[in-house]
Structures are given as structure tokens and as C-alpha cells.
Design a protein around this ligand. Structure first.
Ligand code: GTP
Ligand code: SPV
Ligand code: MN
Length: 597
């Protein structure tokens, strides 16, 4: 049903004129509409039915083998001035970009249906939420958007009330990697994506809107759009404190957001509440605290590694009403991936008979799409219009060496430096990144829609009189021993690290000051019931001054690459850390944590 908003109708008409679909369908977001789409996709083979006894209403989608992850080399920011996109982005002149991609859209929907998807990122009534309309020719995208966002009539009504929306145009085209672009026009609040049907390339409410365009809007409007999970930790006194954590893609956000605390914690009454697993929008409230919403309504999570042991909450939510993408299947047609259990798959992610010689059975970036409230730890606060107050912000990457399990920033400015200094090993979530490890400030390298230098300045600007800002931490679940094994068990045991942070917030725990930040002291981490290998604890907390001087030198070079956009306060903070490290003449003088007895 066309809209009451003339600007929306006009845009849909213009797109239809260019793309020439056989039909135009305005999505209402109903269950009946979803069911019809699923039926149609089962007929075309876009979806494959999984075992309906074990997994009711679960389906499998197999992507084109050349279309299985985000494509950062083809993702561009088209601001008027190149400098506004910054060296962190690939820039294209807006006029040139429009011309290039509009040529691809010409007639591309012939023989297809054009779907109009009005969507709202965030609770429908929240002042923090923002709306958009995605036009797509992919029913798979429509089905995923229905799970991932508040989509349909209610969102359209909000758009008609507000009169504005993000224009998000998508076509799968021919799924030809040579004819593929993911383009963002922040100043025009417009996204154009062609030639991919995959996740972050195609579900335009997610990374394209909620992060790239979102971060641009957030800077202008005084809030933050971040690649962060949001989790509530309830202590035995039933107080819930909320933590937001930024890890790069495939580095543990979904897992941390729904962790199950170790047994001892459960006995004592600790509980975990999942508000969000990937994206966080926050803004200062009247009381000076930062309030956060999860703009999404579902999880598009990494399948491999998800098991009863690592993430029982995820496994429970994936038993019904889930779309799986690029996983393998067992003989009785159940979804399967590496790390799930010891059953043997019979078909791999491409539908071939499983042969280990072809590599993993499930694609390393295979995913599930599921409604957020199917998670047993789902927090009703995810529907709260004002959001949840954040007490701690956590930055973390995959670092096999150098970075200790956890440390705390001295203050906000130091916290911003820690975020800006992040680096991480690259993962299967994006193709062709080309380096084994890269700088990934705030886990936003692929997602910040403007110049990182300006972005760091925006972060610093929250430190104002009256602000009650969260404490900031760095974590590293991925430090390895000399024989290449993870030193820390991770997953549920990460609760031990979160507890220390929240005790620090409450003023109940100690720490040792070092040049890089504050580390937990010997008695501050609860290690009850944990069995670490000999020397693991020492290694997990080892801060080697030579390694850290090299690290900070690399950070200095990186910051310098942003030239005059880098705020002086950040450079001064970096200088302070470098000087403190230089003053440590004796490596052995660096505080080290003694192994717990
Ligand atoms: P995106 O959805 O791409 O943004 O990823 P994410 O940050 O949500 O990562 P996710 O939680 O899906 O984890 C990615 C991979 O890391 C999975 O294979 C997990 O099993 C693994 N992982 C998550 N947490 C831990 C941890 O604490 N320790 C170890 N060793 N691996 C982990
Ligand atoms: C990520 O890559 O960070 C994801 C998956 O969360 S995608 O939707 O492809 O961005
Ligand atoms: Mn992500």
C-alpha cells in the first residue's frame, strides 16, 4: 500500500522506473506475509527446509559461493569532500558513485518483485530510534529484515509522522563480484547496494544504516553509534548493571552478550541479560549517564564455534524459527557446523557431499538469523524507549600476544585512546582484508561513516561537566601460550572479568597501576573453580615494556596518519603513555600478577 508520505511514494516510483520490476510489494511485516515469502522461497530453492521435527520453521539458505561475507574493498563512503570520509574509508565522489551504481540498477528488477520495507531501528516509540526504507528484489532480504528489525506498517506510520527516512536501495543484481558496490551517501542519508545478497552488504538496516550512516548522524546530533553488544549483569542483590562492549567482527560479541556464568556464580544468584549483540546507540541522559538502545530486533550471528558448552543460550534459541545461511547439514537434515558436536555432516555449505578435502563443512562465516526474544537470556529492557544506563565500556580484539586479559583506563580520555589503539587479527566476516592483523579502533574500522580523527574528537567531547561517564576497559580473550593454545577459557568464564569491572565501578575492588592502565591485583579476580594451566595466569597478565613500547610506537604512527584531524588531547594522552613506558627502564619492574595460590 503506497504511503501517505509523498516523498516516499516518489522515491519508490523513481526506483521502479529505473529498475523495472514486474511487481511492487509494500511490506506490512505480518506473519502471513513472512509465511508466504517462505513458501515462495521453498519453491525457488532460495530456502531449503531443515528437519521440521527437530527444528520447526527452520530453513537453510545457500549463498552464491562468491558472496559469503562483507566486501570492504567494494564498500565506499561518498561524502562531498574526500577529507570527510578520512583515510579509514574508501572514498568516491558522490556524482561519480551515483552514475556508476545507477547504471547497474537500470532494468535490474525485470522479472522480479520490488519489495518496499519500511523499518525502524530501535523500539518503535523510542526517541533514540531512527527509521529507514529498504527497497530490495531479494525475498531472502525481506525475511531477514523482518527478523532483524521492527519492520512493516508500524514503522511506516512512524516514518509518515516524522516525514524523514534513510533511503536504502538494494538489488542482488547477478551476484557478480565484478558488478558489486556497497555505497553510502551520508549527506544525502542514502545507501545504494548492488550485487550481493549477504548479511551486512544486503540487510541495509544493519551495518550500512545503523553504523555507517548512523555514526555520521550521531556526530551531528550528539550521540554514539557503535559496534557494541549490550549486556546486563545482575548480582545476587538483584542490582543490574549494563556493559557495552566493542569487539571486531567474529571476535566474541554475541557470545559475551548471552554468556552463562560459571556454576559458582549461578549458585550465588548472578544472572546475565542480553540487550543487544552487535550494535549500540547511546546518548547522554539528563542525569549525565549514557543510555543505550539496541537498534536491532534480532541476531545475525556466527554459527561455527556455537555449542552447548560455549553458548548454550544461543543453541537453545536456534531450535526453531531460524534462518541458517551457509551451514552444513547432517544425514537427518539438521543444521551443523564446526564446533557444534561430534556428529558428521553429509552435505557441506555449498550442498556438495561432505569431503574434508574441500575445507570446513560449514562456511567459517556461516550465520543464523533469529528473533532476539528467542534467546533465554533476552532482556525485556531491549524494548525500553529510554534505553539502559551504561556503567562500563569494553574494547577488545583478537591478540595472540602483547595485550593482557584485562586492564582499566585511568579516565575517559585514556579510555578513548585505548579504543583508538585497538588492533585485531582479521576474521572470515569480511573478504580480502589482506592483512593478518590490523588497527581497528573501537571495532569500527569497517563501519565508521566519516573521518576517524573527527570520530575520536567526537568521543572525547562527551567528557563534559556533569557527565557521569562509564569506566573504560580493554580485554583480550585470545592471548596464546608459546604452543599456540588460548591461555584463557573464555565464554562463561569471562564473567570473572566482568565482575572485576563492575566491582571497580562500585569502588569495591583494587587494581595495580601500570603505564598502560590498571590491572587487577592478585586477589581481585574470582578464580574459584577455574583450572588454568601452569603459568597461564602470569602470562595472561604479563605486560612486557619492550613489547608495549613497540605497540605504542605503532599506535603513534597510526594516529599520525590522520594528520590534523586527530585531536591534540588524544596525542597528548598518547605521549603521556609513551613517557610512562619510557620511564620503566627495567622490564621486571612492571607490575606482574602473582599466580593465585
Ligand atoms: P560478528 O557477528 O561478526 O560481529 O561477531 P561477534 O563479535 O558477535 O563474534 P561471536 O560472538 O559470534 O564469536 C565469533 C567466534 O569467536 C565464534 O567462533 C566463537 O566461538 C569465538 N569466541 C567467542 N567468544 C570467545 C571467547 O571468549 N574465547 C574464545 N577462545 N573464542 C571465543
Ligand atoms: C559483522 O561482520 O560484524 C557482522 C555480520 O555482524 S554482517 O551483518 O555481515 O555485518
Ligand atoms: Mn558485527
Amino acid at each position: 500500500m503506497p504511503s501517505k508520505l509523498a516523498a516516499l511514494n516518489r522515491w519508490v516510483d523513481d526506483v521502479a522506473k529505473r529498475t523495472r520490476p514486474d511487481h511492487v510489494h509494500w511490506c506490512d511485516g505480518s506473519q502471513a506475509e513472512y509465511d508466504q515469502l517462505v513458501d515462495a522461497m521453498l519453491k525457488t530453492g532460495d530456502l531449503i527446509e531443515l528437519n521440521q521435527q527437530t527444528h520447526p520453521r527452520c530453513y537453510l539458505h545457500r549463498s552464491d559461493p562468491q558472496d559469503v561475507a562483507r566486501v570492504e574493498q567494494l564498500t565506499v563512503i561518498c561524502s562531498k569532500n574526500k577529507d570527510d570520509a578520512g583515510p579509514n574509508n574508501i572514498w568516491m565522489d558522490p556524482a561519480e558513485a551515483h552514475a556508476k551504481i545507477d547504471a547497474l540498477f537500470e532494468g535490474c528488477m525485470a522479472g522480479r518483485t520490488l519489495y518496499v520495507i519500511p523499518y525502524c531501528m530501535g523500539p518503535l516509540g523510542s526517541p533514540l530510534s531512527r527509521c529507514g526504507v529498504e527497497i530490495t528484489d531479494s525475498p531472502y532480504v525481506v525475511a531477514n529484515m523482518r527478523i532483524m528489525t521492527r519492520m512493516g506498517t508500524a514503522a511506516q506510520e512512524r516514518i509518515e509522522r516524522e516525514g524523514t527516512f534513510i533511503k536504502a536501495l538494494h538489488s542482488i543484481g547477478e551476484l557478480d563480484p565484478e558488478r558489486r558496490w556497497i555505497m553510502h551517501f551520508p549527506e544525502e542519508l542514502t545507501i545504494k547496494s548492488f550485487g550481493s545478497g549477504y548479511g551486512g552488504n544486503a540487510l541495509l538496516g544493519k551495518k550500512c544504516h545503523a553504523l555507517r550512516i548512523g555514526s555520521y548522524q550521531a556526530r551531528i546530533e550528539g550521540w554514539l553509534a557503535e559496534h557494541m553488544l549490550i549486556v546486563g549483569i545482575e548480582n545476587p542483590r538483584h542490582e543490574i548493571r549494563y556493559v557495552a562492549a566493542a569487539f571486531p567482527s567474529a571476535c566474541g560479541k554475541t557470545n559475551l552478550s548471552m554468556l552463562i556464568p560459571p556454576e559458582g556464580y549461578q549458585r550465588d544468584g548472578w544472572k546475565v541479560w542480553t540487550v543487544g549483540d552487535d550494535i549500540c546507540w547511546m546518548r547522554p541522559g539528563k542525569d549525565g549517564r549514557l543510555y543505550a538502545i539496541n537498534p536491532e530486533a534480532g541476531y545475525f550471528g556466527v554459527a561455527p564455534g556455537t555449542s552447548k558448552k560455549t553458548n548454550p543460550n544461543a543453541l537453545a534459541m536456534l531450535q526453531h524459527d531460524t534462518i541458517f545461511t551457509n551451514v552444513a547439514v547432517t544425514a537427518d537434515n539438521q543444521p551443523w557446523w564446526e564446533g557444534l558436536d561430534d556428529r558428521k555432516p553429509v552435505k557441506d555449505w555449498q550442498g556438495r557431499d561432505y569431503d574434508p578435502a574441500n575445507g570446513p563443512a560449514a562456511h567459517p562465516n556461516s550465520r543464523f538469523t533469529v528473533r532476539a526474544n528467542q534467546c533465554p537470556s533476552w532482556s525485556p529492557e531491549a524494548e525500553s524507549d529510554q534505553g539502559v544506563p551504561i556503567d562500563a565500556i569494553v574494547f577488545g580484539g583478537r591478540r595472540g600476544s602483547v595485550v593482557p586479559l584485562v586492564f582499566e583506563a585511568r579516565d575517559w580520555t585514556h579510555g578513548v585512546l585505548i579504543g583508538a589503539s585497538m588492533a585485531s587479527e582479521t576474521t572470515a566476516a569480511a573478504t580480502d582484508v589482506g592483512v593478518p592483523i590490523r588497527r581497528d579502533p573501537m571495532a569500527m574500522k569497517p563501519f565508521c561513516g566519516y573521518n576517524y580523527g573527527d570520530y575520536f574528537a567526537h568521543w572525547l567531547s562527551f567528557d563534559q561537566p556533569g557527565a557521569k561517564l562509564p569506566k573504560v576497559y580493554q580485554v583480550n580473550w585470545f592471548r596464546k601460550s608459546s604452543d599456540g593454545k588460548f591461555l584463557w577459557p573464555g565464554f562463561g568464564d569471562n564473567m570473572r572479568v566482568l565482575e572485576w569491572m563492575l566491582k571497580r565501578v562500585a569502588g569495591d575492588a583494587g587494581a595495580i597501576e601500570t603505564p598502560i592502565g590498571n590491572l587487577p591485583s592478585a586477589d581481585d579476580l574470582n578464580l574459584d573453580g577455574l583450572h588454568l594451566s601452569d603459568g597461564a595466569l602470569d602470562e595472561l597478565f604479563r605486560v612486557d615494556s619492550a613489547e608495549w613500547r613497540a605497540e605504542e610506537a605503532a599506535v603513534g604512527e597510526y594516529l599520525a596518519s590522520y594528520g590534523s584531524h586527530i585531536p591534540d588531547a588524544l596525542l597528548a594522552e598518547h605521549q603521556r603513555v609513551v613517557a610512562a613506558l619510557d620511564a620503566e627502564t627495567d622490564v621486571s619492574a612492571m607490575p606482574r600478577r602473582a599466580a593465585a595460590s
